[in-house]
Design a protein around this ligand. Structure first.
Ligand SMILES: Cc1cc2nc3c(=O)[nH]c(=O)nc-3n(C[C@H](O)[C@H](O)[C@H](O)COP(=O)(O)OP(=O)(O)OC[C@H]3O[C@@H](n4cnc5c(N)ncnc54)[C@H](O)[C@@H]3O)c2cc1C
Length: 419
């Protein structure tokens, strides 16, 4: 007779793997199902690897829609919308617009702070326990090429301090002292000492082998095609590898969550926020501290000997087609701040493309739904999925166990667009 609860996790990205980690800690049997091969690619692999208590403002914020519309005229811009007459996309856009208010940002900021800080603690614990992603606790620099942006970032730094997140406005000289390894042309910046960075592919590989050694079952190359349900309970997954039964199911399908859950009659609106990264194996300079080039919206992350540049957000239906003009936009943006990096340094560098799962209010879906007794949703983390991975896994396991969550997450209900 079976005594242990069987947890089936849909999706083996950072959210699914983190959930598996905490489910194993509860003593449950865990199966992770993913259509990719063990070394396959997903959004969790080639991202910028930043752990970001500094990111307390959700994507849906005042001014973002205006920027997106203005930028639509520039094919190299860092943010754009792939317009479509698709009704679901129009509804997503309207919801995003309605969520982009100061009131919503003020409400979301303390929650994002708490989630990011709690996750940071988990990353530190994981690295002490041998889950090795090359964690570097060196902070993050927001680098500004113009005085106007520096003023704007200084205002955000004040908001961060008001929330209890340390933030320091730095002159170009201060930045040079903090990170002498890199030549910069900037007006100044803001330093967030609590932020960290790591190598996401290394973390994923290490977490996976850790889970395997603790007894998790992986079903790779297994495409989920539907669900078998009885009343308000899910009984099993329909997959290309046969049915997979369980007591509890956790939906961590990233940008594909909406299509994955359609049969379940859930409303989890989601768009893909397409982005790219370019990794230089032997960079001409290698900063010690990770940074965001503010106006260009490019993230710069030292990853052991390599240097990764990540950027752009094109919102639309999921597709992984690479737009060369966006890659050009990233490369031109870099040269404005880091003059020693020239376009020829990027010749032959294969761009990585990733699809961020973006909800209309920029906040993840984490929780139970009213419709299903044994389903937990954990997805939609947009630009912060890596950063929020461990805390999301912990919360999902607490929900399954029927425990009070350590952070109140009513705001993240997956039913918030149900009506
Ligand atoms: C350029 C770029 C830079 C970024 N930088 C950062 C950063 O610095 N810090 C940060 O916190 N975040 C960053 N992000 C965001 C972060 O990468 C994502 O939020 C995160 O990876 C999402 O993880 P996930 O587990 O939800 O989704 P995924 O990693 O996409 O995993 C979902 C999994 O579900 C599987 N799946 C889907 N459908 C099916 C099906 N039908 N059957 C079986 N399996 C299925 C997929 O194969 C996939 O493996 C960045 C993203 C991009 C694009």
């Amino acid at each position: 007779m079976r005594t242990k609860k069987e947890i089936v996790i849909v999706g083996g990205g950072i959210i699914g793997l983190s959930t598996a980690h905490f489910a194993l800690t509860h003593g449950w049997d865990v199966t992770i199902v993913d259509r990719i091969a063990p070394d396959g690619d997903n959004c969790s692999k080639g991202n910028s690897g930043m752990i970001v208590p500094s990111h307390f403002v959700p994507l849906a914020a005042p001014g973002v829609m205006g920027h997106a519309i203005r930028w639509m005229r520039d094919p190299e811009s860092p943010f754009s919308l792939n317009p479509s007459l698709d009704l679901e996309m129009l509804k997503w856009g309207l919801r995003f617009y309605l969520a982009s208010t100061k009131a919503q940002v003020d409400q979301a900021a303390p929650l994002l702070r708490d989630l990011n800080l709690a996750s940071r603690e988990w990353f530190i614990k994981w690295s002490e326990d041998g889950i090795d992603g090359g964690l570097a606790k060196k902070g993050l620099l927001m680098l500004c090429a113009t005085k106007d942006t520096l003023e704007e970032e200084a205002r955000l730094a004040q908001q961060a301090r008001d929330l209890g997140i340390p933030a320091e406005v730095l002159s170009p000289r201060d930045i040079e002292i903090l990170d002498p390894n890199v030549t910069l042309e900037v007006q100044g910046g803001v330093y967030y000492p609590k932020d960290c960075h790591l190598v996401p592919g290394k973390l994923i590989a290490s977490l996976r082998s850790h889970l395997e050694s603790r007894g998790a079952t992986f079903r790779w190359n297994t495409h989920i095609t539907g669900w078998n349900c009885r009343g308000s309970n899910i009984v099993s997954l329909k997959t290309t590898g046969g049915e997979i039964a369980g007591d509890e199911f956790v939906l961590c399908g990233g940008v594909w969550t909406e299509s994955l859950s359609r049969d379940l009659r859930l409303k989890l609106p989601m768009l893909a926020g397409k982005g790219y990264s370019l990794t230089l194996p032997m960079p001409i300079e290698r900063p010690a501290v990770c940074s965001i080039l503010c106006e260009a919206r490019v993230a710069v992350t030292p990853m052991e000997d390599q240097l990764r540049f990540g950027g752009t957000m094109t919102l639309g239906k999921p597709n992984s087609v690479i737009a060369p003009e966006k890659i050009q936009g990233i490369i031109k943006g870099i040269a404005r701040y880091m003059p020693r990096f020239k376009p020829q340094h990027f010749e032959g560098v294969e761009p990585w493309v990733g699809l961020r799962p973006v909800t209309p209010d920029g906040l993840p879906y984490i929780g139970r739904t009213n419709r299903w007794n044994n389903l937990t949703v954990a997805t939609g983390h947009a630009m912060m999925g890596l950063s929020l991975g461990p805390i999301t896994g912990q919360l999902a396991a607490q929900i399954i166990a029927g425990e009070k969550t350590t952070i109140p997450i009513g705001q993240l209900s997956p039913d918030r667009y149900a009506s």
